[in-house]
Design a protein. Structure first.
Length: 389
């Protein structure tokens, strides 16, 4: 029995050694694929990321998603509507009602103002007509009086001549009476014309005052008509109605592509994230550089990126070199590799976005062309290239 147990233990030990050896061979093969031999280079691990990073589009917690208008992989433009929340329809109706009230108030006020402006125009026309026509009317009336005076004088001379002829028995009494009656008629016409002239002179100031009063009244009525419909308050009501409506609409913050949908219609968005999206037109690698290699790096250095999932290496250049030293976040496949190293982040801009745009967050190995003798002070390098975090 003892020998059987010993034999089993030996077999288990041999089998364990064989499995461990196979695992080490797989790790070595993976590392051989991921890390090409590049002399005078700095090696590091990193992850493929969009240059502008991944955007998490979300809303306030406990809001329920009503409608979703996009699918994973769909391209969107900045401002495109991605989703509606549960109270969208109610808030939309409230906003439309507020807008309808504003438009109705604006139309009513415009009609009222048009009416009052017409009254003002008529009053101004009356004033201008009085001022323009009075001198002409006065001139015409005075000319008419002068004509009547001339005619009256001629009639009087004719009547005196007929009086002498009548006395001499040269004309009949009937002809003499006709001339006398004509003088009376001319005198009456002159008196009426003179009375009209006096009336015109006396009535013009009163008519002018009346017309100017009507004009002032029309302008005052216009001034009073403006605040009768409180348009600013209606406009504020529209803005107040639009504010919650805008919070019920989820829009794209930028151009990009939908990467992952995290909530479906009807679900309560508890994580505050509905979906993730990113602009995949420019891709980069966010790599972690050991603190001992940091001063060897500077912007513009060429980089080779490899991974088992890549059919061929990707090329790029260092875009940004970080200044802050932090705890390592990307770990090697080798369980014997250190996991508490101090590293700094760098960003590597890839020359081509494809196929990296389909492998977001893929762990990769990078080899940076950075000879040891080319180490430069980080501050001087960053200042020369105008780096910014």
């Amino acid at each position: 029995m003892r020998w059987l147990v010993i034999a089993i233990l030996v077999l288990v030990g041999v089998g364990g050694m064989f499995v461990w050896q196979e695992r080490q061979n797989e790790i070595a093969a993976a590392k051989a694929r991921e890390r090409p031999a590049v002399w005078n280079s700095v090696s590091a691990l990193g992850r493929i990321r969009p240059l502008d990073d991944v955007v998490e589009v979300g809303v306030d917690a406990s809001r329920r998603l009503a409608k979703l208008f996009v699918t994973e992989g769909q391209l969107v433009k900045k401002g495109d509507v991605l989703a509606h929340l549960e109270d969208y329809e109610e808030l939309k109706a409230a906003a439309e009602q507020a807008g309808s009230r504003l438009r109705g108030g604006q139309m009513q006020l415009a009609a009222r103002l048009d009416c009052e402006m017409a009254h003002i125009a008529r009053a101004e026309a009356d004033v201008n007509s009085l001022k323009a026509n009075y001198p002409k009317d006065l001139e015409i009336q005075e000319a008419s009086i002068e004509k009547l005076r001339t005619e009256l004088g001629l009639c009087q001379q004719e009547a005196e001549r007929y009086d002498r002829l009548y006395r001499a028995k040269s004309v009949s009494l009937e002809e003499f009476d006709r001339k006398t009656t004509e003088v009376v008629q001319r005198r009456k016409a002159l008196q009426v014309a003179e009375a009209e002239l006096s009336k015109l002179k006396a009535g013009f100031p009163l008519e002018l005052v009346k017309a100017e009063s009507n004009l002032a009244l029309a302008k005052a009525t216009l001034a009073l008509a403006r605040p009768t419909i409180d348009i600013p308050t209606l406009e504020c009501s529209v803005e107040l109605a639009k504010a919650p409506l805008s919070r019920a609409i989820v829009s794209a913050p930028s151009d990009g592509q939908i990467l992952k949908i995290r909530a479906r219609p009807g679900e309560v968005v508890r994580s505050q994230t509905i979906l993730t999206m990113a602009n995949l037109e420019q891709m980069c690698v966010v790599a972690e550089i050991y603190e001992t290699d940091l001063l060897r790096l500077q912007t513009g250095q060429k980089v080779v990126v490899t991974a088992a999932a890549l059919s061929q290496p990707l090329s790029g250049h260092v875009l940004f070199v970080g200044r802050s030293i932090n705890q390592q976040a990307v770990y090697d496949l080798d369980p014997a590799s250190p996991s508490d190293s101090r590293v700094a982040e760098i960003r590597i801009l890839l020359d081509e976005a494809q196929p990296a745009s389909r492998l977001v967050n893929l762990q990769v190995a990078v080899a940076i062309d950075a000879p040891a003798e080319a180490a430069l002070p980080a501050l001087a390098t960053d200042a020369a290239h105008g780096d910014s975090p």
